[in-house]
Design a protein around this ligand. Structure first.
Ligand SMILES: CC(C)(COP(=O)(O)OP(=O)(O)OC[C@H]1O[C@@H](n2cnc3c(N)ncnc32)[C@H](O)[C@@H]1OP(=O)(O)O)[C@@H](O)C(=O)NCCC(=O)NCCS
Length: 179
């Protein structure tokens, strides 16, 4: 478990989810996105073992504050050797938004992911939010795939992740069902 310091909510702990956490995660995803698609996506990614890293944030009473998942992305072309993953979905309990939970959860998970040897991480989301982690929409122009566009961003962890581009990417099968 990674402990992070006080930052608006009293204390936040980050850890991998256990089986018993899954109903609360599903419920959070539905409330955060206002629909069931993201919850179904996470369940399917788990089911087909496409997840590279899944983390939750809880408060000191164990209540769920946030969730994120990274899943495997396959590259072809110049960057076919790269280890690539995508961050999707990520969410914070609506009542706990804008208290730093998302920033801490995402940054700690990215640090962990970098330690696992990933070369490149992709995300689709608000550039004004994700650029604080180093996600870059210019670099993402060299990543060809189904989500290319102005809110598609890439974060390199290695020299290869910056330089062995362009790459064409395929997301895990549950994303194709998600569209
Ligand atoms: C996006 C989300 C995870 C951010 O989590 P959070 O804990 O509320 O964010 P933090 O407290 O770490 O950061 C708050 C900052 O981010 C900014 N921010 C939050 N959402 C933003 C968005 N969609 N676009 C731009 N900025 C955003 C806030 O204005 C605030 O800015 P400040 O630091 O300059 O004051 C959360 O708002 C959420 O769950 N949204 C619904 C699900 C979603 O859209 N997920 C992302 C795509 S999968």
């Amino acid at each position: 478990m990674v402990e992070v310091q006080q930052f608006g909510v009293d204390q936040v702990d980050l850890r991998g989810p256990e089986k018993k956490d899954e109903p609360a995660i599903l419920s959070l995803l539905v409330r955060a996105f206002g629909q069931s698609n993201e919850g179904r996506l996470v369940e399917r990614l788990r089911g087909c073992r496409a997840l590279v890293l899944e983390r939750i944030a809880t408060d000191n009473d164990g209540n769920l504050l946030g969730h994120l998942a990274f899943s495997r992305v396959t590259g072809t072309g110049e960057g076919h050797r790269l280890k690539i993953s995508c961050l999707a979905p990520v969410c914070v309990e609506p009542a706990a938004k804008n208290k730093g939970v998302g920033t801490k959860l995402i940054q700690a998970a990215l640090d962990e992911l970098q330690g696992l040897g990933e070369d490149l991480v992709l995300v689709l989301g608000a550039p004004d939010y994700f650029n604080r982690f180093g996600f870059d929409s210019e670099l993402a122009k060299k990543v060809q795939g189904p989500y290319a566009g102005p809110i598609f961003m890439a974060l390199p962890f290695t020299q290869a992740g910056r330089e062995e581009l362009p790459v064409e990417v395929t997301y895990a099968t549950p994303f194709q069902e998600f569209e």
